[in-house]
Ligand binder design. Structure first.
Ligand code: AMP
Length: 218
């Protein structure tokens, strides 16, 4: 199955994509994770994109498009994929269609996780990430056993710069302007399904698995 998770910052796209990827044994492609890796490793891509990311702006289309093209064309997603955080603009969406067509694939479904700003801020502002293994925690909902320390690898936890309230609001305004046109785009293609992103991880997962079964996608 080839799937896109669409939704505002804090909709739970990354968390749900990780669960679905394990369950369905398909590849999770997160442009945000790929870009954060590039920044951490100080690659040329990372140097070019760091400032946009810290401010909560979108990095230029040509850069993210190149990343996704390379991943999809390199047979790394042959048994299916979950795109998380991509596409985020109409240009990215049309490029995705072209790339998939070029390799004989298509999108089966786009899940729109409709989420309130309130849920988003509560989730993102409380999120903490492990410096070593990227495991995600939440100071209230998924606290580590020892404050500030990863249960898995013992490294310290940090708050993403773009998870501060001002930047979350900035990310929402970018989302409203650049990404919401995709709802219409995929509705017109008849592949958009709307589900509440305010639900907790397990409940949302149950609903999604039922939906995939109903649509004969799994
Ligand atoms: P995310 O982890 O998906 O919230 O992405 C974090 C940041 O990476 C975003 O705020 C953007 O700066 C950048 N980014 C990730 N995916 C994209 C994309 N498809 N287009 C442009 N910028 C992106």
């Amino acid at each position: 199955m080839n799937l896109v998770l669409l939704g505002p910052p804090g909709a739970g796209k990354g968390t749900q994509a990780k669960v679905l990827s394990k369950e369905l044994k398909i590849r999770h492609i997160s442009t945000g994770d790929i870009l954060r890796d590039a920044v951490r490793n100080k690659t040329a891509l990372g140097k070019e994109t760091q400032e946009y990311m810290t401010k909560g702006e979108l990095v230029p289309d040509r850069l993210v498009i190149a990343i996704v093209k390379e991943t999809l064309q390199g047979n790394k997603a042959d048994s299916g994929f979950i795109l998380d955080g991509f596409p985020r603009t109409l240009e990215q969406a049309t490029m995705l269609d072209e790339t998939l067509e070029g390799i004989g694939k298509k999108l089966d479904v786009v899940i729109f996780l409709k989420t309130s700003l309130e849920t988003s801020i509560a989730r993102l502002n409380g999120r903490r990430v492990c410096k070593g293994c990227d495991t995600i925690y939440h100071i209230k909902n998924i606290p580590p056993k020892k404050e500030g320390v990863c249960d898995q690898c013992g490294n310290s936890l940090y708050q993403r710069k773009d998870d501060q309230v001002d930047t979350i609001k900035r990310r929402w305004s970018v989302y409203n302007k650049d990404t919401t046109p995709l709802i219409k785009y995929y509705t017109e293609k008849n592949i958009l399904k709307e589900v509440s992103g305010d639900l907790d991880v397990d409940r949302l997962n149950t609903i999604l698995m039922a939906l995939f079964q109903k649509e004969s996608l799994i």
